[in-house]
Write a protein that binds this ligand. Structure first.
Ligand code: BMP
Length: 270
């Protein structure tokens, strides 16, 4: 892990254009914060993106929550991503056979490949899903080639998660085989703790969900850590949902999360 280096240094060293852009965005905005925008209609989603855009590096969507989804939502979201300089992560957690997942990702009802710089998948079904998404993302004829990256869902934040131990290790091993597509993991810490890096160049990005400054858990098995703890454990980008959008003042809350996570990053890299 290169988690003791600055985002600027890692941006320079990293071969993947999406990782470069992630780190450059973080540096430019002094933000390693991702909002989990779990809104259920287009208007709320776009309003949140416009409101919190200045404070975030990445906007995370669950596009299948949107009751009135339409192609124009994709157009508007892309425009806001340019206006506020944030990237978009669709938290789709693909999990099917390779051939199906290619169609869910590219084309399909939700146009995920058009708007999401980053998507994630589970390796429950084995390596084929990673191979499939990697092929689609790096296809010569794919319009967004070199502007798309994949994260492996290596750990989950919920009580009793089975994404542990050998499962998490398999994620790291598979990630190493697809460097053109796989940029890192969704996990609660740097996975160099699980399997040490095999080369001095290796630099997987870690996105961390289950982040909340005040709550420890919800009523459905979710478990939280603070932004500071996540970054200290080697997370590169912290993802918060209800802690921000359900706060009385989402802008003030976003700023507080941004500040806490950025200060923890400065501490880690000094
Ligand atoms: P909140 O911060 O409101 O608990 O939302 C967490 C978000 O992160 C949700 O969108 C959820 O789907 C996602 N998530 C998670 O909480 N735990 C995981 O292990 C993986 C996730 O993607």
């Amino acid at each position: 892990s290169k988690s003791n280096l600055t985002y600027a240094a890692r941006a320079k060293l990293h071969p993947h254009p999406v990782v470069k852009k992630l780190f450059e965005t973080a540096e430019a905005k002094q933000s390693n914060l991702i909002i989990s925008a779990d809104m259920t209609n287009s208007k709320d989603l776009l309003e949140l993106a416009d409101l919190l855009g200045p404070y975030i590096a990445v906007f995370k969507t669950h596009i299948d929550l949107i009751s009135d989804f339409s192609p124009s939502l994709v157009t508007s979201l892309k425009a806001l991503s340019i206006k506020h300089n944030f990237m978009v992560f669709e938290d789709r957690k693909f999990v099917d056979i390779g051939a199906t997942v290619q169609k869910q990702y590219h084309g399909g009802a939700l146009r995920i490949s058009e708007f999401a710089h980053v998507v994630n998948c589970s390796i429950l079904a084995g390596e084929g899903i990673v191979q499939a998404l990697s092929e689609t993302m790096t296809d010569e004829n794919f319009e967004y080639k070199e502007d798309r990256g994949l994260l492996l869902l290596a750990e989950m934040t919920t009580k009793g998660s089975m994404a542990v131990g050998g499962y998490t290790e398999s994620c790291v091993n598979i990630a190493r085989k697809y460097p053109d597509a796989v940029i890192g993991f969704v996990a609660m810490r740097a996975l160099t703790e699980v399997l040490p890096a095999t080369s001095s160049e290796e630099d997987f990005v870690v996105f961390t969900t289950g982040v909340n400054r005040l709550a420890k858990e919800d009523k459905l098995g979710q478990q939280y850590q603070t932004p500071k703890d996540a970054i200290t454990r080697g997370s590169d980008f912290v993802i918060a949902g209800r802690g921000i959008y359900a706060a009385e003042d989402p802008v003030e809350s976003a700023k507080a999360y941004q500040r806490e996570a950025w200060e923890a990053y400065l501490d880690r890299t000094k």
